[in-house]
Write a protein that binds this ligand. Structure first.
Ligand code: PMP
Length: 337
C-alpha cells in the first residue's frame, strides 16, 4: 500500500536503535543506575510484549505495532498517510478525537451520520466515500458513544471497495458478542487497533496495539517516536497477558451489569440504546448531568447536536447502583423535563 503513503515518508528511514549486546553501555547518554535498571531506555521494539501478543493473536511480531495507548496509533496512521488537506471520513456520532487528530495533522474531517444514532447505511456510506475521496476511513467498532456495531460483512465491503486506508478501531471489541477476528492478512489497506485501556482496565499505563500487514506496519513504524512505550508499561502489559482469566471474568461481569443498567434506565423511562461496549448511550433531560454532578456522580454529557444525550460507563455493581439511584432521585426531584 505504498500508493497511499505520504510522499515524504516513502523514502524516510526509521530511527535506528542500537540493540547490540554489551559489557559497558555508554552510547546513549543514560545516567548511572540508582533505581532498578530504570536508567536504561526501554526496549524500543517491545520484543517480549510483541512476542506474547503475536502468540496470543496468531500473528508474526512484524504484523504488530505497539502504541502509547491506541490514541498514539491513530495519530501515527495519519502522520504516515495524510497529506495536507486530504480527507478523513468517519461516522457520526463517534469518538471525538478522530476529528481533532485529523485537524492536528492538517487533514479535513468529514462525517457520515448513522441512522437513528445506530445503524450504518452502508450503501449511503459508500456513496459518501465516492464523493469525498478520503485517504483514510476510521471506524470505531463497537462505536463510542452509541455502543452500536457494524457487521463484519459491511466492514469487509468498505475495506474491499474503498480506495484508501481503513482504520478499524476495536477499543471495545472484547465487550461485543462477536467473534474477534482481523482481516489484515487479506486486506493490505486495513489496520486494526486494540487497547489495554478498556477490557484490560489499564488506561493508566497507556498501552495499545495495531495489527496490520507487515509492509504497512513497517511504513507506520517510520513515524513512531523511539522508545514510545516505557519499561514499566511493557512489564505491566505482560503481567496483564498473564492474567487473562481475571480479565475474562471482568468482561463477563460488565456484560451482565450492562443488561441490568440498560433495563433499569428503560424502567425509569429513558430510551437507552443497545450496547456492545462497556457503556450505554441514552437520551435524558438536559440538566441530568448537572443534577448528578451535584451528587458527585459523573456521567458523560454531550453538547451541540447531541445535547441531552448521555453516556454512562458500566462500573462495579455497587458503583452502578449508586449512579442509578442518583438518576432516579434526579428524576423524582425534577421529572424527565
Ligand atoms: N478509540 C476509542 C473509540 C475510544 O473510545 C478511546 C478512548 N476513549 C480510544 C480509542 C483511546 O484509547 P487509548 O486509551 O487506548 O488511547
Amino acid at each position: 500500500m505504498l500508493k497511499y503513503l505520504r510522499e515524504d515518508i516513502k523514502t524516510l528511514k526509521s530511527y535506528e536503535v542500537n540493540q547490540e549486546e554489551f559489557r559497558v553501555k555508554l552510547d546513549a547518554n543514560e545516567g548511572i543506575e540508582w533505581m532498578d535498571g530504570k536508567n536504561r531506555y526501554p526496549d524500543d521494539s517491545c520484543t517480549i510484549l510483541k512476542e506474547r501478543l503475536a502468540n496470543k493473536l496468531g500473528k508474526k511480531t512484524s504484523e504488530l505495532l505497539i502504541g502509547n495507548g491506541s490514541s498514539e496509533l491513530i495519530e501515527l496512521v495519519m502522520k504516515a498517510y495524510l497529506e495536507y488537506g486530504e480527507i478523513v471520513v468517519s461516522i457520526s456520532p463517534t469518538f471525538s478525537m478522530y476529528k481533532l487528530y485529523t485537524i492536528i495533522n492538517k487533514g479535513v474531517y468529514e462525517e457520515y451520520p448513522l441512522k437513528d444514532m445506530q445503524k450504518l447505511d452502508v450503501e449511503g456510506f459508500m456513496e459518501f466515500v465516492k464523493l469525498k475521496k478520503p485517504k483514510i476511513i476510521i471506524l470505531s467498532n463497537p462505536n463510542n458513544p452509541t455502543g452500536s456495531i457494524i457487521s463484519r460483512e459491511n466492514i469487509l465491503r468498505i475495506v474491499e471497495d474503498c480506495d484508501c486506508m481503513v482504520i478499524l478501531d476495536e477499543a471495545y471489541i472484547e465487550f461485543a458478542d462477536v467473534e474477534i477476528q482481523d482481516y489484515t492478512r487479506e486486506y493490505k489497506n486495513l489496520v486494526v487497533l486494540r487497547t489495554f485501556s478498556k477490557a484490560y482496565a489499564l488506561a493508566g499505563i497507556r498501552l495499545g496495539y495495531m495489527i496490520g500487514n507487515e509492509e504497512i506496519i513497517e511504513y507506520i513504524n517510520r513515524v513512531r517516536s523511539p522508545y514510545n512505550i516505557n519499561t514499566i508499561t511493557q512489564n505491566l502489559g505482560l503481567e496483564a497477558l498473564d492474567n487473562e482469566v481475571e480479565i475474562m471474568k471482568n468482561i463477563s461481569l460488565i456484560k451482565i451489569e450492562r443488561e441490568r443498567v440498560f433495563k433499569k434506565l428503560k424502567d425509569l423511562g429513558f430510551k437507552p440504546f443497545p450496547s456492545q461496549a462497556n457503556f450505554i448511550f441514552f437520551k435524558g433531560k438536559e440538566t441530568l448531568s448537572y443534577d448528578l454532578a451535584r451528587k458527585k456522580i459523573l456521567i458523560r454529557a454531550f453538547s451541540g447536536e447531541l445535547k441531552g444525550y448521555y453516556r454512562i460507563s458500566i462500573g462495579r455493581p455497587e458503583e452502578n447502583d449508586l449512579a442509578l439511584k442518583a438518576i432516579e432521585e434526579a428524576l423524582n426531584e425534577t421529572g424527565h423535563n
